[in-house]
Design a protein around this ligand. Structure first.
Ligand SMILES: [Cu+2]
Length: 523
């Protein structure tokens, strides 16, 4: 009799308890499925909200599968700890965003608006820039974006192409020509339309949007359209529209019931002439002339702030282009020669959002916030692929050194730690550098690196370089150097003055080869 009880108990353990134990473990296969499910959302959904909803459904489905047989309490506890992790942003590398994180807001065969989800969805560390969103607009040759407005202030940077942008005001319309390097601002609520004037090349605009209503959220409003995209006028009842426009319903319907070809279209060649050259119908005379303050400003019309054999840096701030004042933003463009390095620096007040335009970048940043692994690997691609085992060895040594430094960093009370954030970035990938965080940017050996940077909280911001001729570390008084480095001041100064270039310098591999005289060709 007793043995049958034991058997039953064993059977119970086997049938009920062991699957529960198994379920509480992480399941890489299911995690992979969830990731796949989510990326499918990005492919198949167009509106950002739909994508987000779709992704939530993936998460729920996954959680349901994983949670089968467990009680609600357990599941809640799990999701709490997940959100706690998200809240503090303490694991992984929250600063790099790969290009496939962009979600298609609008997409037709003639072009697309892709937007990066709000930064705070990634981590609470981005609370300070929660009103900022990055959008990439791409238009096929001669494509036209129908008139619309957004509930966000917008700054355009034209990465490529040739366009005509029209903004509609109460009294006038303004027409702006946009070309590579142009920066333009569009205030929230301003109705605009845009045409790619070029019949061969694509137009690409990287835009920063500052939301003004719900932090991090914005919407697009089409008015002068029919059903596709739907006009906001269609939301009104017929009697309101009839009375407002003083025409009868059937004539209104002819406008508002038209099928339409979507928010981005390719006009016929006759229509194109009117759109490209403007001046026919609509606005009051004179049109085509924009107020000086609203004109786009070309980043390359001024001399670069820094220029040497290894790179150049162009900057545009509110003192040169007054519309930026409203935004408290500056824009910079760095062109780093292949194999070269922008030495470590930090911004005093600004958070910088870097978007890679061309080439490949390796960014390293010191961050006291993030933990979970000594080295935070940022990106999936090319991580150390071309680097030999020697490099791996060097890095291990580097890690040991860091570890030691971290150990030594332990003060009396609080522990001071700076983690290495490292990301390999490709075109359209993005990196966010918070203020005070020292960062270095290195171009790959193969090609020049072009980066556009939106500087948020630009007013009173200073960029402090930590190596090279203009290094602030050199400014520290001799006695202070001696005490703080704890070596004779001469020794400290020899190290700090060894680099005779400033800002852009010879990158690591070239330098190493030069020094070791290997003369080996680089891949
Ligand atoms: Cu940090």
């Amino acid at each position: 009799m007793a043995s049958s009880w034991i058997l039953t108990a064993l059977l119970f353990l086997f049938v009920v308890v062991s699957p529960l134990l198994a379920l509480s473990k992480r399941d890489p296969e299911r995690e992979r499925q969830e990731r796949q499910c989510k990326s499918e959302c990005e492919r198949s959904r167009e509106r950002e909200r739909e994508v987000r909803q779709c992704k939530q459904e993936c998460e729920e489905r996954y959680r349901r599968q994983k949670g089968q047989g467990r009680n609600i309490e357990e599941r809640e506890r799990e999701s709490e700890s997940e959100s706690e992790g998200r809240r503090r942003g303490v694991t992984g590398n929250p600063y790099a965003f790969e290009r496939d994180r962009f979600v298609r807001d609008i997409s037709t065969e003639h072009g697309s608006f892709r937007t990066l989800p709000p930064f705070t969805e990634r981590s609470e560390l981005f609370r300070g820039i929660e009103n900022n969103r990055i959008c990439i607009m791409e238009l096929k040759p001669n494509a036209f974006v129908l008139p619309h407005h957004k509930d966000a202030d917008i700054i355009y940077y034209v990465a490529n192409g040739d366009a005509r942008l029209v903004t509609i005001g109460e009294e006038r319309q303004d027409s702006h020509n946009l070309k590579k390097g142009d920066t333009a601002t569009i205030p929230a609520g301003k109705t605009t339309y845009i045409i790619n004037k070029d019949s061969q090349r694509e137009l690409k605009i990287v835009a920063l949007l500052q939301t003004i209503s719900t932090p991090g959220q914005y919407e697009i409003f089409f008015g002068a359209t029919g059903q596709n995209p739907p006009s906001y006028l269609r939301a009104f009842s017929d009697e309101i529209l009839e009375a407002s426009f003083n025409v009868d319903r059937s004539r209104l319907s002819r406008l508002l019931e038209q099928k339409g070809q979507g928010p981005i279209v390719r006009p016929s060649s006759e229509q194109l002439q009117g759109l490209i050259h403007g001046g026919s119908g609509g606005g009051k005379w004179p049109f085509g002339e924009s107020e000086e303050s609203e004109r786009p400003f070309n980043l390359f019309s001024r001399r670069p702030r820094i220029s040497n054999d290894h790179g150049e840096l162009y900057e545009l701030d509110e003192t040169e282009y007054s519309p930026l004042r409203e935004f408290d933003i500056a824009i910079s463009f760095a062109n780093i020669s292949r194999g070269s390095l922008e030495v470590p620096f930090y911004n005093s007040r600004a958070t910088e959002i870097y978007v890679i335009l061309e080439g490949r970048a390796r960014i390293e940043m010191a961050c006291p916030h993030v933990s979970g692994g000594r080295e935070q690997e940022g990106s999936r691609r090319g991580q150390g692929e071309q680097e030999g085992s020697r490099r791996g060895q060097r890095e291990q040594e580097g890690s040991r050194r860091e570890q030691e430094q971290e150990e030594r960093g332990k003060g009396q009370g609080q522990e001071i730690k700076y983690h290495k954030i490292r990301s390999d970035l490709n075109p359209e990938d993005l990196f966010v550098a918070p203020p005070s965080h020292p960062i270095a940017i290195r171009a790959s050996q193969e090609e020049n690196l072009q980066i556009i940077c939106f500087e948020i909280n630009a007013r009173r911001n200073r960029k402090y370089f930590l190596a090279g001729k203009n290094s602030i570390l050199n400014q520290i008084e001799r006695a202070a150097k001696e005490v703080s480095f704890n070596v004779p001041s001469r020794e400290a100064e020899e190290v700090l003055r060894a680099q005779s270039d400033s800002v852009f310098v010879v990158g690591p591999r070239q330098q190493r080869e030069g020094r070791e005289g290997e003369g080996r060709a680089v891949a």
